[in-house]
Structures are given as structure tokens and as C-alpha cells.
Ligand binder design. Sequence first.
Ligand SMILES: *Cc1c(COP(=O)(O)O)cnc(C)c1O
Length: 395
Amino acid sequence: MGIPYGRHSIDEIDIRVVIEALRSDWLTTGPQLEAFEQAVAVFTGTAHAVAVNNGTAALHAAMHAVGIGPGDEVIVPPMTFAGTANAVIMQGGRPVFADVERDTLLISPDAVKDRITPRTKAIVAVDYAGQPCDYEQLRLIAARHGLALIADACHSLGGSERGQPVGSLADLTVFSFHPVKAMTTGEGGMIVTNDAQLATRMRRFRNHGITTDHRQRTEQGTWYYEMIDLGWNYRLSDIQAALGLSQLRKVPEWIRRRQIIASRYDEAFSGLGAAKPLSCRPEVSHAYHLYVLRLDRDSCPASRCEVFASLRRMGVDVQVHYIPVYFHPYYRSQFGFRPGLCPVTEEAYQDVLSLPMFPALTEQQIQHVITSVQQTLGAFDAVPALSGGTRIATP
Ligand SMILES: *Cc1c(COP(=O)(O)O)cnc(C)c1O
């Protein structure tokens, strides 16, 4: 196995708190959950945090909270994991794809404006690779058109824009605690908001649409409850919440480590003709969930497939983020989406590679990634440039 593109970090404290949770009276929706939610609210500078069992459930709860239903349109970027757009469909809505900016692959505020119709209800901004979007512009657009602004911040926990933490930049912000993300609970997710009503709706939504949870009824000594909405069982266990609370304390240190690795890569790759790192906006602190290298079409004679295969052979397990969501067969057959809809995303998809990026990367591994990229692209650089941007054919 080569060096993976992402990996969790678990230490002995994490293991101990999970064992303590297993020995406690509460295995789900207990004191650890409440403490974890409060800690995430404080960390993100928001009033309310609602934990759920994964990031997609968090997106689904956010769609429910803002009232997405049949006939409603939600603007999303195609340069994301399918779950972002799937959550719209789960509520009966229609995802409308708006293209991204060429240099950052973040949703373009101008493209968002072009996609607004009388049916638009919400905008989902995805902090691709861990870089916060242009929330100043997006908030203005959302306010002008009366739309909800939802941040899919599954990549950007611990990042900020103009000193404001991710979580406080949109009406609702969604996190994932899958093992490759900034911190993990095995599987897990969270939504943060300053709106108490939205938080209440999401708390019900994760518990079958029931107004109280088991712990509240136990404390009140009552058995009676009411289901007032259709909900799901999207609860996060107390075992996971204990792990989350322990992991969260390490996020600032891990983000600093990711930023250091990114600057090492930036420095090593800035002189390459065949590829360039994505741009980082000066007003953000980038959380670097991913480190994305983009092949330069004019000076790289090799295709992404060739570079991908070469790096994999050298033990660097690069990945591709992402296949444009509407390229997936489900989206083509159910909604009739066709290539050509978002040309900037489609072009970027041909050229992006995610390099290994996680806090536990060793100095030796970082050096191996750098050398492998330099050798691979250097070898292709040595191939005489073909006129007209012609590329070596790939199978
Ligand atoms: C990981 C991720 C999700 C989904 O999170 P899960 O916890 O895997 O359900 C959604 N959006 C983006 C951008 C992600 O990276």
C-alpha cells in the first residue's frame, strides 16, 4: 500500500475516552453528545450545534430545516461529493448546478446569480479542499433574493474567512467526521447555526420527528412524547461523541500541520511547468482537507491518467476530487443532465490530482511525495512539446 491521500489520527486519549463512554450509563444521546455539541458551537463561534450520524445526514437535516420540498431549486456546485446534491433530492428538491472559479474551484458568485429563478430556495457553498468560499458575496446574493445560504464545510472545519471561523459564515454550516476529514468520530456529522428555530427542527429531524429525546424524558420522569414531523433516526452515539470531543481539541494543531505541509508542497511545485497548485485567497485561512495539484494543459504533454498511474506506481496514492456530480449515471438518467453544463468544472476534472495530505505525514513521506511528483512531471517535461497542445493518447 502506498501513502494514502488522507488518514485519521487516533491517540491513547481518544481510546481511553471511548472506553469510558462504553462503561457509562449512556451509549446514545447522553452527556457526551451534549458536551460535544457545545464544544463545536464554541469552536465555530455559533449559538447552536446539532450532531447527526454522518455528513450527508447533516446536509439532509439542513435541507429539511430550511423547508426544501418538491418543486424547489437549490443551487450547488458540481465540483463536490455527490452527497451535497443528493441531500436536495432526498427532500424532493432539484439541484441546479452553478460552475466554479477556475483558480480555486470554489462556487462562482456570478454563476450563482445566473442560475437563480423564482423557484430557487437555497444556495449550497462547498469549501472545496478546505478553502472557505467567497461568503461576503454569497451572503449578499442570498439576502437580495431571500435565499438560505448553507455551507457544506465538510472540508473546512478549522478554517476561517477574514478572521471569522467556518461555521459563522452562512445561515447553516455542515460538517462531516468521516475518517479522512479534519477530525473523526468514525462516522458522524454536525450542523451549526445561530437560528434557534432551525436548530430545534434539526434536533427533531434526527430523532423521528419526536419533540423530546429519551434522556429528556428520563430526567423529567415521563413516558409521553409526540411525533409532530416526519423524521429519521440520524442520531450520533455517545461513544462517537466522546471520541469527537477528544478529537476536536487537536483540530487547531492539526490544521497548522496541514498548512505547513501545504507550504512545503507549494514551494516544491511552484517551479514546475507541467502542474500548478490551486490558488489560495488571501482573506482565508485554508484548512487543507485536500492538497490539489492541477496539470497545466499547455505545458504538460501527459494526461492525468498517465500521471496518476505513474504516481501510484511510485507508492503515492493520489486521488481525483471530484467527478462532476451531474456526470453520474443517476443524474443523467433522472434529470437529463448532459456534459457542457459547467465547463470550468468539467475541464478541471480532467486535470486535478489530490496528493497525500494529513497531519501524521512524516518528513520522509512528504519528501517522497515531492520527489515522485518532480520525477514524474520532469520525465513528461522532457518529452518534446507537441504543437497545438496535443497530448499523448491514453487508453
Ligand atoms: C465527506 C463529504 C460529505 C459527506 O459526508 P459523509 O459523512 O461521508 O456523509 C459531503 N460533502 C462533502 C464536500 C464531503 O467531502
